[in-house]
Design a protein. Sequence first.
Length: 218
Amino acid sequence: MVQVLESRFLSSASSIDNAPSPSTTEIVCLGRSNVGKSTFINALLNKPLAKSSATPGKTPLINFFYSLCAMRNERIPLTLIDLPGFGYAKVSKSLKNEWQKHLLPFLSNRPSIKLFLHLVDSRHTDMEADIMMNEVLKSICRGDSRIMRIYTKADKLTQSALNTLKSKIENLSHNETDSQQIYHFLFSATAKNHRKMTSIANMRESIITHTLGYSNGV
């Protein structure tokens, strides 16, 4: 079991050029606007630090949060990097282009990033923006980093749709050629102890396990 000892906001940045220098292992959280990213981050950090914008996508800032966790009698400092939501229709084309210009260099040139958390709305799993982001992440994922696809808002699915999605991601886990680097999780911030969804406690443990390489014998 993972215990969150401390969580706090560190700083914001508009690009890799003014981002703080890495001081711990880093985890990136990204997803389309309105995917429930702020809710997920706050649950993960056990503190309401991430804020949802009234106009999603308006301010393309990278936000950095520090968290100190305890697991297996070890104190583990981590930095969670919250990227702006992508794929928001009302954001101007120039603003989208400006952010995309900084996104790939930031993700590619920061070796301290060991885990990419790609949040996908479980009700809309085949959106073009998510498919493109998946390809981007696969192209930059190094041998020492991993990708976790987290299907949010799973509690909003009908039982039939939940079963279908669960079967789909089980097939993806078995069949993807890069399955050693990509992991899939059904998640809801509100459903408690649901046998088909990953609880926030188990999500923390999975995130830290993959970040530190325990699952790969490191």
